[in-house]
Ligand binder design. Structure first.
Ligand code: GTP
Ligand code: MG
Length: 197
C-alpha cells in the first residue's frame, strides 16, 4: 500500500472525544519506550508526525493520525511506567483500557515488544487480558536493528515458544525497525488486507 497522505488529527484524554468517524483504526500499544511513536513515523515516512523521545513516558494522550483519508493510525501511551506516580499510572491505564474496550472502530491492536528482551510478564499478562476480552491483536517485535540476525531469530523463537504455552493459535507477528524500515511493507500490506476485508 502506498501512503499518499498522513496527518495529525487530534489528541485526547477522553475516549468519547475521539473522532466521530466510522473509519477503521489501527492502534499501537506496548511498554513505554518500546517504539510505538517511532513506528508510526516509519510507516507513514513522516519524521516527527508522532512525537518520540529517548525518555520513556513521552506519549501521554490518545493521538489520532489519518492516513490517505481512509483509515487511522492511533498512538497510545505506553504502559508499565511509573514516573508520574501510582495515580498517574492508574489514570493512564484506565484511558488505554477504555480506548481498547470501547472504541468500536478499533480494528486491530498492534502490541509492540522489544525484540532485545526476554519475554516480560507485563506484556504476557496484557495479551492475556486482550484474549479474555476478545480484542483482535497482532505482535510487532521492534528495534530489530539493535541485534545481530542470529540473536534476533533466537529471541523471537523464544518468545513464540512462550506464547504457544499461552495460546492455542499464535497471533500474526511482524519484525520491525524504525531505523532501517524493516517490516514496513508487511505491516502496511496487513492493514490493507484487513481494510479490503
Ligand atoms: P512512549 O511514548 O514513551 O510510550 O514511547 P514509545 O513507545 O512511543 O517510543 P518512541 O517511539 O518514543 O521511541 C523510544 C526510543 O527508542 C527513541 O529514542 C527512539 O529513537 C528509539 N527507537 C524506537 N524504535 C527504534 C528502532 O526500531 N530502532 C532503534 N535503534 N531505536 C528505536
Ligand atoms: Mg510514544
Amino acid at each position: 500500500m502506498e501512503i499518499s497522505n498522513a496527518e495529525f488529527v487530534i489528541s485526547n484524554t477522553d475516549v468519547t472525544k475521539c473522532p466521530k468517524s466510522t473509519l477503521p483504526e489501527y492502534a499501537f500499544i506496548g511498554r513505554s519506550n518500546v517504539g510505538k511513536s517511532s513506528l508510526i513515523n516509519m510507516l507513514t515516512q513522516r519524521k516527527g508526525l508522532a512525537m518520540t523521545s529517548s525518555t520513556p513516558g513521552k506519549t501521554m494522550l490518545i493521538n489520532h493520525f489519518i492516513v490517505n483519508n481512509e483509515w487511522y493510525l492511533v498512538d497510545l501511551p505506553g504502559y508499565g511506567f511509573a514516573r508520574r506516580g501510582k495515580a498517574g499510572m492508574e489514570s493512564l491505564r484506565t484511558l488505554i483500557e477504555d480506548y481498547i474496550l470501547e472504541r468500536e472502530q478499533m480494528t486491530n491492536l498492534f502490541v509492540l515488544i522489544d525484540s532485545r528482551l526476554e519475554p516480560q510478564k507485563i506484556d504476557l499478562e496484557f495479551m492475556e487480558w486482550l484474549g479474555e476480552n476478545g480484542v483482535p491483536f497482532s505482535i510487532i517485535f521492534t528495534k530489530s536493528d539493535k541485534l545481530t540476525s542470529g540473536k534476533l531469530k533466537d529471541n523471537i523463537n523464544r518468545y513464540l515458544k512462550k506464547l504457544r504455552d499461552q495460546w492455542e493459535e499464535l497471533p500474526p507477528y511482524f519484525v520491525s525497525s524504525a531505523e532501517n524500515r524493516l517490516g514496513r511493507k508487511e505491516i502496511l500490506d496487513y492493514i490493507e488486507s484487513i481494510n479490503n476485508g
